[in-house]
Design a protein around this ligand. Structure first.
Ligand code: ATP
Ligand code: MG
Length: 259
C-alpha cells in the first residue's frame, strides 16, 4: 500500500508584515502510515495549515524533511489531493467540468469520462452535472470539491477544515460520506479540524498541536471501531482527553468577568 508520510525534524519560519520572524513549526516529526486517517487539531496559528502545505509541496521546510513513500516532497503533485474550507470550484464551469478540470489539465481526460461519472455518483451529485456552483448549496459544492480532489486517485488526501463552513447536520452527513469514501478508496487522509468530535469520529490518530512555536504535543490513538457512537462513553472519554491536552477542562475556573 502507498501513501506513507514521514515528517522529520521540520522547522518552518515566516516573516510577518512587521518584518518579524514567526516560527510556524518547531522540530515537528510525525510518521503517517499508508491508509491512516489523521486529524490535526490545535488552536489558531499552531501551524496546522503550514504542515498540510508542506506535505502538498506548496512550500518547503527551512530544515528537516518531508517524504512521501520514501521520496522527498519538493513540489505539488497529482499524488496529493487538496480540499479547503471554502470550495475552490471555478464559477464559470459546471460541476462536471470542474471535476474533470485536473484530468484535462494533465491531458489524461480522454477515456476518463466514466471515471468522472463514477466520482460524481460517489459524492452523491448524480443529476447535478450541468449545474454551476452558484446553483448548489454549500454542502453540495464541498461534495464537488471532494470529487475533484479524489478523481485523480491521489495517494494522499489533504483536507484543511473541509467541513468548517457547513451547518451541523450537513457536516455530520459529510463526515459519514468521508468515512464511506475512505472505505472504498485506498488512500491516506490528513485533515485539519477545530472540531474535537469530528476528529474522534473520523480519525485513527489525532495529532494535538500548540502554537508559539507550533509543535506537536501529543498523538492520540483512537481505539474505537466504526461506526462510532458520538455520545458513547468511550467517545466522551476521548473528548475529555483531547480537551485536557488542549488545556480546556470542565473544572477550569470561570474567568473573572463572569464573577
Ligand atoms: N505565508 C505566510 N507568511 C507569514 N506568516 C505566515 C504565513 N503562513 C503562515 N504564517 C504564520 O504561521 C503561523 C502558523 O500559521 P498556520 O496557517 O499554519 O496556522 P493554523 O494552525 O492553520 O491556524 P488556523 O487554525 O487559524 O487556520 C501563524 O502565526 C501565521 O501567521
Ligand atoms: Mg489553518
Amino acid at each position: 500500500m502507498v501513501g506513507g508520510i514521514e515528517i522529520s525534524h521540520v522547522n518552518k519560519e515566516f516573516t510577518n508584515p512587521q518584518g518579524e520572524t514567526v516560527r510556524a513549526l518547531h522540530d515537528v516529526s510525525l510518521s503517517i502510515a499508508p491508509g491512516d486517517f489523521i486529524s490535526l487539531i490545535g488552536p489558531s496559528g499552531c501551524g496546522k495549515s503550514t504542515l498540510l502545505r508542506l506535505i502538498s509541496g506548496l512550500i518547503s521546510p527551512d530544515s528537516g524533511s518531508v517524504k512521501l513513500d520514501g521520496g522527498d516532497i519538493t513540489s505539488p503533485g497529482s499524488d496529493r489531493g487538496f480540499m479547503f474550507q471554502e470550495h475552490t470550484l471555478f464559477p464559470w464551469l459546471n460541476i462536471y467540468d470542474n471535476i474533470a478540470f485536473g484530468l484535462r489539465a494533465r491531458k489524461i481526460f480522454r477515456g476518463s469520462e466514466k471515471l468522472v461519472d463514477e466520482f460524481i455518483s460517489l459524492v452523491g451529485l448524480k443529476g447535478f452535472e450541468k449545474y454551476y456552483p452558484h446553483q448548489l448549496s454549500g454542502g453540495m459544492c464541498q461534495r464537488a470539491s471532494l470529487a475533484r480532489a479524489l478523481v485523480g486517485h491521489p495517494k494522499v488526501l489533504l483536507l484543511d477544515e473541509p467541513l468548517g463552513a457547513l451547518d451541523a447536520f450537513t457536516r455530520m452527513n459529510m463526515q459519514d460520506e468521508i468515512l464511506r469514501i475512505r472505505a472504498e478508496q485506498n488512500m491516506t487522509m490528513i485533515m485539519v479540524t477545530h472540531d474535537v468530535d469530528e476528529a474522534i469520529y473520523l480519525s485513527d490518530r489525532i495529532v494535538v498541536m500548540t502554537p508559539r512555536p507550533g509543535k506537536i504535543i501529543s498523538v492520540v490513538d483512537v481505539g474505537l471501531s466504526h461506526p462510532r457512537a458520538r455520545g458513547g462513553e468511550d467517545f466522551l472519554a476521548y473528548h475529555a482527553k483531547i480537551l485536557r491536552l488542549l488545556n480546556y477542562t470542565i473544572s477550569k475556573p470561570e474567568p473573572d468577568y463572569y464573577l
